[in-house]
Design a protein around this ligand. Structure first.
Ligand code: HEC
Ligand code: HEC
Ligand code: HEC
Length: 88
């Protein structure tokens, strides 16, 4: 019962984010990134080298950036794949 409720809440949260998040395609489930939320918390230079602009992400650099910070600051998803990779 409790587990079902948590899952429902998680699904609603994901849907809300998906409405305005950046999306990175991945075969094991696309990754949604709420740039606006992250921009509110951090300086641009936390993630952008030099002037903030587009940069390429891949499996390795994506995990280094995203999971690396989440572990460092003990916030945001770092352990469960499905917290980031959303299989629709
Ligand atoms: C904090 C978010 C996050 C978590 C947690 C996460 N990933 Fe990722 N993953 C990403 C991002 C970002 C990318 C890069 C996507 C891109 O380049 O389009 C990625 C890419 C990948 C890719 C490459 C997919 C492709 O199409 O090339 C694989 C495979 C992958 N992750 C597996 C995993 C597995 C397995 C786990 C759990 C052990 C996991 N990820 C957890 C964010 C995450
Ligand atoms: C927590 C990490 C993070 C922070 C902080 C951050 N960004 Fe980004 N930003 C990203 C990622 C990841 C992308 C997507 C990579 C891509 O496709 O370009 C991106 C993409 C962008 C892009 C290119 C895509 C677009 O929307 O036009 C711009 C411009 C940008 N960021 C500006 C900023 C500015 C300005 C700030 C500070 C106010 C900032 N970012 C803060 C991670 C971050
Ligand atoms: C510089 C640190 C930092 C980086 C880099 C970063 N995050 Fe986060 N992330 C956070 C923090 C802090 C939170 C918690 C925000 C909160 O709970 O208010 C968070 C929360 C999240 C969440 C949960 C909230 C939501 O939006 O649903 C997701 C998903 C997420 N991050 C995905 C990513 C992905 C994907 C990337 C890489 C493209 C990334 N993050 C890069 C610090 C970071």
């Amino acid at each position: 019962m409790k587990k079902g409720l948590l899952l429902a809440v998680a699904l609603v949260a994901n849907t809300a984010v998906a409405a305005y998040a950046m999306k990175f395609a991945a075969y094991n489930g696309d990754v949604y990134f709420d740039h606006r939320l992250h921009r509110l918390i951090f300086n641009c230079s936390e993630c952008h080298d030099g002037p903030p602009q587009h940069f390429d992400l891949d499996h390795e650099s994506g995990h280094r950036l995203c999971i690396g910070c989440h572990k460092r600051v003990s916030a945001g998803p770092a352990r469960h794949c499905s917290d980031c990779h959303i299989v629709s």
